[in-house]
Design a protein around this ligand. Structure first.
Ligand code: MG
Length: 160
């Protein structure tokens, strides 16, 4: 495999009442949370898929199936740590990652520095190597109607 590789990831989770909202490893105050088998951290899931894609190592559902009771309510930070291990076994480390979250609310900008700190620590990179961006979709589509949150991620990995 080449010494530098790129990967892309995308994920969506439904917003519901009665769940905590976890994004980028941070718990955010919100009347609605994301529904999922794990903690449903859509940002981390997209990032995991970008990293796995870069290493051509399948996807998050392949490694952590939502039919496995082991992953019920799982902290996605642990899944990201597992993904880093998978990359390491293939001889790769993270170069940088750029993630965009689409959510009508809550406002995510105040939480971005904590997300970057959390994600960079898990991935073993500097804070400057992790970019988290937030956007609304101008009230259009399922994210605009606050039915869910989506996230896109690209990541570079480098040969160790
Ligand atoms: Mg997911």
């Amino acid at each position: 495999m080449a010494s530098v590789r790129i990967g892309f990831g995308y994920d969506v989770h439904r917003l519901v009442k009665g769940r905590d909202l976890w994004l980028g490893g941070i718990k955010i105050d919100s009347p609605l949370g994301l529904l999922g088998h794990s903690d449903a951290d859509v940002l981390i899931h997209a990032l995991c898929d970008a990293l796995l894609g870069a290493a051509n190592s399948r996807d998050i559902g392949y490694h952590f199936p939502d039919t496995d009771p082991k992953y019920k309510g799982a902290d996605s930070k642990l899944l990201l740590a597992e993904v880093i291990k998978i990359l390491k076994e293939k001889g790769y480390k993270v170069g940088n990652a750029d993630i965009t979250v689409c959510a009508e609310e809550p406002k995510l900008n105040p939480h971005i520095p904590s997300m970057v700190e959390c994600l960079s620590e898990i991935m073993g990179v500097g804070k400057d190597d992790v970019s988290v961006k937030a956007t609304t979709t101008e009230k259009l589509g399922f994210t605009g109607r606050k039915e869910g949150i989506s996230a896109y991620a690209v990541a570079l990995i480098e040969k160790i």
